[in-house]
Design a protein around this ligand. Structure first.
Ligand code: PMV
Length: 322
């Protein structure tokens, strides 16, 4: 047996705008990890997971990208009958990059099974191809964050910039329990931009400016209130782009009412997850509890950046969970 794993991702800001060349900040969401096991079997290639169990041949359409990736890896490495068992902590389709994380963990496990290594660049190419089949026209931000496992500044077709956050920051992420409709949300934003560029293009530019402001803050001495205000502004713009919904807005309202400094949807929107910024650990507990009481399917507290107690903050970055 061989194993491979991958971590989900969380977009702090820039979703949707990133499809149109604006920057996004994305971090590995270490609260949710996918593990894949590859086990030798007798005959056909089989798949086992929370979202599909059966032969590779009969995989449903929404897994077509993963199916094609598996076929191409097996064609390259050796056509052995294997069972691919995906053990996922990542809720599927909640804007946490589950499809990129599933593809990455499967590819890693298959390479390990055949005793081969795969570079990040090769892995990225495989995962991006699989993501294109699953999502139509993805910016690539999910794949890059999942494969590198680092906080990143992502601009389409530009060199990737790893980010180093100066201070430890507390976030509370909550799941509406409703699958995010990334594909339709992305295509509707495209339609709005085509039909009324004068109205919608400035919103995309503004979302890019918010990412720039948040990056400056995170890389220096962050003013949490200012970051929170920028997140609220982003949420407002995403609502105007029609990618939010009442399930997200309910959680966002509850987070803000319970002391969050800012809150917005994360990922594709229309269901899926929201992310809120809080001042400290006790505030995080309070917001997470309120979100759970109000009906969030799950709420996670997690931190990005380094705590003051950690040394050498200029030369390394720390991504920690709470
Ligand atoms: O919903 P997710 O986790 O696939 O995130 C999508 C992010 C978007 O910016 C909405 C789309 C993209 O391809 O970048």
């Amino acid at each position: 047996m061989a194993t491979g794993s991958a971590t989900a991702k969380l977009i702090l800001c820039g979703e949707h705008a990133v499809v149109y060349g604006e920057p996004a900040i994305s971090v590995p969401f270490t609260q949710a990890v996918i593990q894949t096991e590859v086990i030798q079997t007798e005959k056909e290639i089989k798949f086992s997971s929370a979202f599909y169990t059966g032969g590779l041949k009969n995989m449903p359409d929404f897994l077509e990208g993963i199916k094609q990736m598996v076929v191409s890896i097996l064609t390259k490495l050796g056509d052995a009958p294997v069972l691919i068992r995906v053990l996922s902590e990542v809720p599927i389709g909640r804007g946490l990059g589950s499809s990129a994380a599933v593809s990455t963990s499967i590819a890693r496990a298959l390479y390990a099974y055949f005793g081969k290594t795969i570079s990040d660049d090769e892995l990225l190419e495989l995962v991006n191809r699989s993501e294109k089949i699953a999502h139509g026209n993805p910016s690539g931000v999910d794949a890059v964050t999942v494969v590198t496992g680092k906080p990143i500044w992502f601009e389409k077709n530009k060199t990737l910039e790893p980010l180093h956050f100066k201070k430890k920051i507390y976030l509370v992420v909550a799941d509406t329990g409703i699958p995010s409709e990334t594909r339709s949300a992305v295509s509707d934003v495209g339609r709005l931009l085509k039909e009324n560029p004068n109205k919608y293009r400035p919103l995309i530019t503004e979302l890019g400016n918010i990412s720039r402001e948040i990056r400056t803050q995170l890389e220096t001495n962050p003013d949490l209130k200012l970051i929170g205000a920028e997140m609220n502004k982003a949420q407002n713009l995403l609502e105007q782009l029609t990618v939010s919904d009442t399930s997200l807005e309910k959680l966002i309202r509850v987070a803000l009412e319970n002391g969050a400094l800012g809150a917005k949807l994360t990922g594709g929107g229309r269901g899926g997850c929201m992310v809120s910024l809080v001042a400290n650990a006790s505030q995080a507990e309070k917001v997470a509890e309120a979100l759970q009481i109000t009906g969030a399917a799950e709420a996670w507290i997690f931190t990005i950046g380094e705590g003051n107690h950690e040394s050498n903050s200029d030369s390394s970055h720390e991504y920690s969970t709470h």
